[in-house]
Write a protein that binds this ligand. Structure first.
Ligand SMILES: Nc1ncnc2c1ncn2[C@@H]1O[C@H](COP(=O)(O)OP(=O)(O)OP(=O)(O)O)[C@@H](O)[C@H]1O
Ligand SMILES: [Mg+2]
Length: 229
């Protein structure tokens, strides 16, 4: 098994990726996702990962998908595009440094704020300073330019975004992507919410790539420390 860089800040670091699970439980799921990414859409190079509500496993899924593709030799970029609860960036204590929001503001070229991850072929763009109006920032011309630029450099670009039923950012990011993956927390997400989320995704040019059922059950301790927005 591959040894990844050690970092003990919280549960989302790259060294905590369930590489063994990737080879077992998660692997099967990710494989089928890969198939749907490859077959359902001829050009699924830019992918947005979202969910109906918070805490359903968007960040976890994005990280694992990114790692699996990178380990296959694909050039992968994962972007913390959750400017409301940037959990990926918190893992790296990157929130005060420049990142995605700075690129959207036209303040810095994205290449200058990329991070390495300890996984070969996998680059990470942290969130950057949290802007007062993230949704507005996404409408900037710099966002479109950024997506064009990274298309030329990476085989797969993954956006980790906020929940689609709470915040519209994933719709905007999804519209600039080739497809949107919906993460569903198997035990919790209500059917009506799943349908509503898919409707919102489909409303933007039929971008729905598929859903991932995340059957992880959070412990009481995880639930008690888990509040955002
Ligand atoms: N399949 C899983 N196996 C193990 N841990 C998981 C799994 N799915 C989620 N988790 C853990 O559950 C917590 C919540 O997951 P995550 O942060 O990925 O959700 P999220 O949808 O990105 O949340 P938010 O809406 O706040 O951004 C994290 O601590 C994550 O590591
Ligand atoms: Mg998240």
């Amino acid at each position: 098994m591959r040894r990844l860089k050690s970092n003990e800040q919280n549960g989302l670091e790259w060294d905590k990726l369930p590489v063994t699970e990737v080879r077992s439980v998660f692997f099967e799921k990710l494989n089928s996702i890969q198939s749907s990414i490859q077959f359902s859409n001829n050009k699924a190079q830019v992918i947005t990962v979202t969910s109906a509500h918070k805490g359903e496993g968007k960040t976890f899924t994005s990280m694992n998908l990114a790692a699996v593709y990178a380990m296959q030799g694909k050039r992968v970029l994962i972007i913390d595009a959750d400017m409301h609860n940037p959990r990926l960036s918190k893992s790296f204590q990157q929130t005060n440094k420049q990142g995605f929001s700075s690129v959207l503001a036209g303040a810095v070229p994205y290449q200058e704020v990329l991070q390495t991850t300890g996984i070969e072929n996998l680059s990470f763009l942290p969130v950057g300073p949290l802007p007062p109006a993230p949704t507005k920032l996404l409408n900037s011309v710099h966002f479109q330019t950024f997506v064009e630029d990274v298309r030329a450099e990476y085989d797969l670009i993954l956006f980790d975004t906020p929940p689609i039923l709470l915040i519209s950012d994933s719709r905007t990011i999804g519209a600039a992507s080739d497809g949107v993956i919906l993460v569903i927390k198997a035990a919790n997400t209500k059917k009506a919410d799943i349908m509503r989320a898919i409707q919102l995704i489909e409303a933007r040019h039929e971008k729905f790539l598929g859903a991932i059922y995340n059957d992880k059950k959070l412990s009481k301790r995880e639930m008690s420390t888990y509040s955002y927005y």
